[in-house]
Unconditional design. Structure first.
Length: 638
């Protein structure tokens, strides 16, 4: 009987393996199989891989494992039939993108981003349907949606009264560059230790959300030091705690820069001269103190038990800076997959008596009902049966409302854009926050210049947006040239057209700020780290920097066609990727012309700019005003 049972088990396992092999050979097959591991995995989503021939395991409602294909996953991102023509404008590239994950090898988080997009998309479509029902009842936008505007700031006074030792502040629509969190409080208690955590959203099946920044103040030191120390880190379920960054650092010579600010200020841990001099009476000088009576200087540390501290975490371009009482203390570089737009809560724990907590500079959309120049800001209709000279795709993220409005009010007001000679669209992935997606959907419908992407907008997936721009520039609109830029870049449209015309190159063109001999970044701690597996070469082929580069129509079309066939190498640095693709076309026989333009400034603004990068909304408006007043490309502050 035991032999018979053993034989049946072997036969069953053999049949399961045959079925699995059949499904791998046919990725579109959909089958339900009982899994021998379903008991342990029923509470989590399991994503096996991201390739064409690989499978995704997800639990069905009955808590039985179900093996489904990537094709089935993408079917959840289909476009509902009841959307209006106006609503469909923001989804013109969508249908060309839904099989991106089939060709995602080399892009981290690809499958996860699509999985999360399914949840976000279904939630958004459900919300749209609810709004449609509400409108049918009273003929106007529902009060619920009107009340769900993303606020500019959130504040709690007398914060300690709300929770003792565990205070939480909701951040409704994430953080963006320029956002800040200010904590006013007094370290107290026996130890005086406390921590500030910027929390993300937990994935389906996860109990604990990721920590985008863990800022831990230890006034009495820890196992590594007896002196006060600040420890910064991140946490995710997949990777646990990352490498610690300590201030003062055990290796001061390795003090990296983040947004040109020290990872750990050199004053931390140094002699506190202010403390030393304050202990001397007005009638006593250091010279008069005997050796026995000498006062030993204290080491400076920004937090002290019993002393009020005003601490501000501010979001920069490359990372997060902390200042205490107006003095810069630490910087923390963003880590891959842990970006500020993911933050939805600030949590403050430990021995600190809070006076107030303020989150400000938060992303907020403009209420179109109060925009006086609304018609002027709406996208010009695409010309019918006529090519455009230049199509510009702008990288943006869902809650970058202010940046997009700044672009609309400035260089999108060039006559060439208003007349349709140049077309501009923002390429935006979905957000994990439904409120942000609802605001984004309303914005897209109002201005008609947004293309939604069928994935959640992680930095590691921006190369997909480059493909989308090429698709739009060749399939949705027929453009002579296709340009990529960012929503914090100011582009002089008139001069860009003139410069392209002066090149007299309409085929095989890569135009921009060209780098010819760049080496891959092999530092594992860098956001731009490239492993030998990702790129084995000693250096990159020529490539153009991301704030503003242009390709001719034939290159853009070749990118789309090769991607469609699964022949396009995915690479997470999108501007370098375009250089790799162009170099591959060159090797296949295309005559490629590289045109360098040093007026494309990648680190800010310089007089005579063609493209100025890292411009905040107020700076964009200032640049536009200077152009209108002087007709000269002058930077603000000059």
């Amino acid at each position: 009987m035991k032999k018979l049972s053993g034989g049946l088990i072997l036969v069953s396992l053999f049949v399961l393996l045959l079925l699995r092999y059949g499904m791998v050979e046919n990725p579109l097959a959909e089958m339900s199989l009982p899994s021998p591991f379903s008991r342990n995995n029923s509470q989590h989503l399991h994503w096996v891989a991201a390739g064409v021939d690989e499978l995704v395991v997800v639990p069905n409602p009955k808590n039985e494992s179900e093996i489904i294909s990537i094709g089935s996953l993408m079917s959840h991102l289909s476009i509902p039939l009841n959307l209006s023509a106006e609503e469909l404008l923001s989804l013109q590239t969508w249908k060309h993108m839904v099989h991106l994950v089939n060709h995602s090898e080399g892009l981290a988080q690809a499958v996860e981003a699509v999985k999360e997009a399914v949840t976000a998309w279904e939630g958004l479509m459900s919300s749209i349907e609810d709004e449609r029902v509400a409108r049918s009842g009273n003929g106007s936008k529902s009060k619920r949606l009107k009340e769900k505007q993303c606020p500019y700031s959130v504040i709690k006074m007398n914060a300690s009264e709300f929770s003792v030792g565990d205070f939480r502040l909701k951040i409704p629509c994430g953080l963006v560059q320029g956002s800040s969190l200010t904590v006013i409080g007094t370290p107290q208690g026996i130890l005086g230790n406390f921590k500030i955590d910027l929390m993300g959203t937990a994935l389906p099946g996860e109990q604990d959300p990721p920590i985008i920044l863990h800022y831990n103040v230890r006034l009495l030191g820890d196992k590594l030091t007896e002196n006060p120390v600040i420890v910064q880190n991140t946490w995710t379920l997949a990777n646990d705690w990352g490498p610690e960054e300590r201030c003062p650092s055990p290796d001061p010579d390795n003090n990296k820069k983040v947004d040109d600010l020290d990872q750990c200020s050199e004053v931390v841990g140094g002699d506190d001269k202010q403390s030393f001099t304050s202990k001397l009476s007005s009638h006593t000088s250091a010279k008069n103190l005997s050796k026995d009576e000498g006062i030993k200087p204290r080491r400076y540390f920004p937090f002290k038990q019993g002393y009020l501290a005003i601490s501000t975490l501010r979001i920069g371009t490359e990372g997060i800076q902390m200042s205490v009482n107006g003095k810069h203390i630490t910087s923390f570089a963003f880590r891959e997959a842990l970006e500020p737009w993911l933050v939805n809560e600030a949590r403050i724990l430990g021995d600190i008596k809070l006076l107030s907590v303020l989150a400000s500079g938060l992303p907020t959309s403009e209420d179109s009902e109060h925009v006086t120049d609304l018609e002027l800001l709406k996208s010009a209709p695409l010309p019918i049966h006529k090519d455009v000279d230049l199509f510009i795709g702008v990288f943006s993220t869902a809650n970058n409302f202010k940046q997009r409005m700044a672009v609309r009010r400035t260089w999108m007001q060039y006559p060439a854009v208003r007349s349709g000679i140049v077309a501009v669209r923002f390429f935006v992935g979905l957000h994990k926050n439904q409120l942000v997606n609802e605001e984004l959907w309303n914005e897209a419908g109002t201005y008609g210049d947004i293309q939604l992407m069928p994935f959640v907008d992680y930095y590691s997936l921006i190369t997909w947006k480059t493909v989308a721009i090429c698709i739009y520039g060749t399939n949705i609109v027929s453009a002579k040239y296709v340009m990529k830029t960012d929503d914090d870049a100011f582009v002089r449209i008139d001069e860009m057209l003139s410069s392209l015309n002066r090149t007299i190159v309409t085929h095989g063109l890569l135009y921009g700020r060209i780098s010819n001999d760049d080496l891959p970044n092999r530092n594992p701690d860098s956001k731009w780290y490239i492993s030998p597996e990702e790129w084995s070469g000693q250096k990159y082929p020529p490539w153009a920097h991301g704030p503003g580069y242009v390709v001719s129509k034939d290159i853009a079309n070749a990118v789309y066609m090769q991607h469609k066939k699964g022949q396009l190498k995915m690479f997470k640095l999108e501007d370098v990727a375009m250089g790799i693709w162009t170099d591959d076309m060159k090797k296949r026989g295309m005559h490629v012309k590289y045109v360098n333009d040093d007026r494309i400034h990648i680190g800010g603004c310089e007089e005579g700019y063609l493209v100025a990068h890292y411009q905040q909304p107020r700076e964009m408006l200032c640049l536009w005003q200077k152009l209108r007043e002087t007709n000269q490309p002058r930077c603000c502050g000059e």
